[in-house]
Ligand binder design. Structure first.
Ligand SMILES: Nc1ncnc2c1ncn2[C@@H]1O[C@H](COP(=O)(O)OP(=O)(O)OP(=O)(O)O)[C@@H](O)[C@H]1O
Ligand SMILES: Nc1nc2c(ncn2[C@@H]2O[C@H](COP(=O)(O)O)[C@@H](O)[C@H]2O)c(=O)[nH]1
Length: 191
């Protein structure tokens, strides 16, 4: 008996300023579509109280992160708001080879690297309704220090200016509407 090799899966990149609601949207999307795979990033940021090793992130030291870069283990990586973040290459490529649709939730510099190294990926940018609402969401989340919030807001305008580089832009105002827009962007046929 022969086993058919699966068609390679798709890579979806989701980017948008910190606090815009990417994680919230992806959690709900996964509940509706458990077949979607979320890549687990490595980071040097300390874990937040609710975060779980291997589920939310792989939490590593700066030395270990630099060793991963040197060994070519990251598909992309960036420094963001004082910490390193990166996508482990091998698990991601294995999932794609198995035919899975894999989602990366990453910031702008990393998204640009993926566009270079994996041009077939579909890139989606999530926008806030306004900068004031973004600030409100970051504060209301209650997870980051004032300094961290200031760093994240300082990055936000640069990131928002890059939204036209992406294949699809979604304004995350009403969560349910944004979720439907995200489903459409992910599941519509490749043009
Ligand atoms: N459409 C929405 N309307 C109102 N609040 C929202 C909406 N979407 C998300 N939020 C809230 O905004 C806050 C930030 O959301 P979330 O943590 O998902 O952002 P994020 O983009 O994943 O941030 P980061 O990039 O820092 O991980 C949360 O408190 C979340 O409940
Ligand atoms: N370039 C990458 N960016 C990543 C990755 N994993 C997460 N992120 C982005 O970092 C910021 C901050 O995240 P937080 O969890 O500290 O709030 C956010 O924009 C994430 O999307 C990654 O592997 N590479």
């Amino acid at each position: 008996m022969t086993t058919a090799t699966p068609q390679p899966g798709q890579l979806i990149v989701i980017t948008g300023p910190s606090g815009v609601g990417k994680g919230t949207l992806l959690r709900q999307l996964r509940q509706r579509h458990p077949e979607l795979a979320l890549s687990v990033s490595a980071t040097t940021r300390p874990p937040r109280p609710t975060e779980i090793e291997g589920i939310d992130y792989y939490f590593v030291s700066v030395e270990d992160f630099q060793a991963m870069i040197a060994a070519g283990k990251l598909l992309e990586w960036a420094e963001f708001a004082g910490h390193y973040y990166g996508t482990p290459r091998d698990p991601l490529l294995q999932l794609i080879a198995q035919g899975k649709t894999v989602i990366l939730e990453i910031e702008l510099q990393g998204a640009r690297q993926v566009r270079q190294s994996y041009p077939q990926a579909r890139h989606i940018f999530i926008l806030p309704p306004s900068l004031a609402e973004l600030e409100h969401r970051l504060r209301n989340r209650g997870q980051d220090s004032e300094e961290a919030i200031a760093r994240r807001l300082a990055q936000a305008e640069t990131e928002i200016a890059a939204a036209p580089e992406f294949d699809v832009q979604i304004v995350n105002d009403d969560l349910e509407k944004s979720l439907i827009a995200l489903e459409t962007a992910i599941f519509s046929p490749v043009p």
